[in-house]
Design a protein around this ligand. Structure first.
Ligand SMILES: Cc1ncc(COP(=O)(O)O)c(C=O)c1O
Length: 453
């Protein structure tokens, strides 16, 4: 996927100008007096007050998603832990919400761990992963006393063992295994196939070698196995197939080492609805497939059912978020297309440029009007590929309008950059008619804070 030229065909979209966007908008979104409201807050007023570009997150939606994961997994098995993958969207306020809702936080770097700890989440509710953790990151995680480290290589196992032994502590680890499953998603976000930089492959005994080392190294508690097959996955059979492989590997580990693992972490990846035509599975369906699959496979192999961990990221936050932009230049190229340029772009949402991601959009101050136009929403950066939405259906647009791009709560803020020395937008949480800034908009001083020359 991904588009090299502006003329690569756009996938078929629903063309109904009256189509209801509520399935891709935050759950508290409403349209009143023709204007978009989220969390009881008028998005047009908010944009004017706080400036644009602006990320807006519906706090109720985030909490609802976390509760759904807790509800539908523990409905099927009592011992399930939801570990929110903070890479999807992270700030201190988000970590606190995750903790308040009884979930754990999964960190992918020393920086994420520092933020999670600074938010007040206890280390015992934090897990750490990453395919190439530095020595410093491993040391920080062990010193903080995090709950689990997901291990990607023998080198890491040896480093954890050495550091933990030196400190006289034992560190619980999960061994990340690539089950050899290719899910139905973009190549850049497939991670469970054999040819992957992540984890231990099953071929050539690599994963078994890791398991044996985890059993014998001092300072290591080999708590369990981990997989993460990819992201934005719609077909739940991919999980079922991977679970079969993983539970079979649990059996092999038991047979070859005598060790029975206590945890099985199935990772994240559950898909969400970006476009009206998308039909992701529900959290309820996901919970059932995962838990029933693990139970059935364990029964087949005579293994005790482990504690089950799930690591949703996108599914918690994507539809909770929208990005607001003000429209600047509107350029009509007769017979070609109309470009609507906004005051942000690939710096606050790299996903369209990175993998051709598509979004639904609306004009927040004309939200009650039908979406009768087809335009291309372009960013303000020096790249032709800096497009937010190509050939998208929207209300008639003019300079000064406020555009809301739907489902931008995941992997937009967290993948943002300062290209062109653009300051990053702020993040506002809305709930019960109140808006609170949780991440402030950067300033030019922020851009120069580390530029000490
Ligand atoms: C190990 C791991 N767990 C969980 C996630 C979250 O995935 P998603 O946001 O698709 O649910 C990721 C994302 O890449 C990941 O690498």
């Amino acid at each position: 996927m991904g588009f090299d030229t502006l003329n690569e065909p756009v996938p078929e979209q629903a063309h109904d100008p009256h189509a209801d966007l509520s399935s891709v908008l935050p759950m508290t979104a409403t349209i009143e007096d023709g204007r978009l409201r989220v969390g009881g807050v008028d998005m047009v007023e908010l944009a004017r007050e706080m400036g644009t570009a602006l990320y807006v997150m519906d706090e109720e939606h985030i909490r609802h998603q976390l509760r759904e994961f807790q509800k539908w997994t523990t409905y099927h098995w009592r011992d399930v832990e939801t570990v929110y993958a903070a890479k999807a969207f992270m700030c201190k306020a988000m970590c606190r919400i995750v903790h308040e809702e009884g979930c754990m936080v999964l960190c992918a770097s020393g920086g994420e761990l520092a933020i999670a700890l600074a938010s007040g989440v206890p280390a015992s509710r934090i897990q750490v992963h990453g395919n190439n953790k530095t020595l410093a990151e491993i040391t920080e995680a062990i010193d903080a006393r995090v709950d689990r480290i997901v291990v990607d290589s023998v080198l890491e196992l040896e480093r954890i063992s050495a550091i933990a032994s030196e400190r006289g502590v034992t560190q619980a680890v999960l061994l990340r295994v690539t089950p050899g499953i290719k899910p139905d998603t973009h190549g850049y976000i497939q991670t469970g196939q054999e040819d992957s930089k992540f984890g231990f492959g099953l071929n050539h005994g690599l994963a078994m070698e890791g398991a044996k080392r985890a059993c014998e190294l001092p300072g290591i508690d080999f708590a369990g196995l981990h997989m993460h097959i990819g992201s934005q996955i719609f077909a739940l059979q991919s999980y079922s197939k991977a679970i079969e492989v993983m539970v079979d590997f649990m059996r092999q580990v038991r047979e070859e080492t005598g060790h029975t693992v206590r945890d099985l972490d199935v990772g994240g990846g559950i898909g969400i609805k970006y476009g009206l035509a998308d039909e992701p599975s529900t959290i309820e369906e996901f919970g059932k497939v995962v838990v029933d699959g693990i139970k059935a496979e364990c029964e087949r192999h005579g293994l005790p059912v482990p504690r089950i961990l799930i690591e949703p990221g996108r599914a918690v936050v994507a539809n909770a978020g929208i990005t607001l932009y003000a429209v600047g230049v509107v350029k009509e190229l007769p017979g070609i297309r109309t470009y609507v340029a906004v005051d942000g772009g690939m710096t606050d949402n790299i996903r369209p440029a990175l993998y051709g991601a598509r979004y639904e959009c609306l004009v927040a101050n004309k939200a009650g009007h039908p979406r009768t136009e087809v335009v291309t929403i372009a960013g303000k950066h020096c790249e032709t590929g800096d497009l937010i939405a190509r050939d998208v259906h929207i209300q008639p647009v003019e300079t000064g309008d406020i555009i809301a791009v739907c489902a931008t709560g995941a992997y937009c803020h967290s993948m943002s950059s300062n290209y062109n020395k653009q300051v990053r937008p702020g993040v506002v949480f809305v709930r019960d008619g109140q808006a609170r800034t949780v991440v402030s908009r950067e300033t030019y001083d922020d851009l120069m804070r580390c530029d000490i020359g």
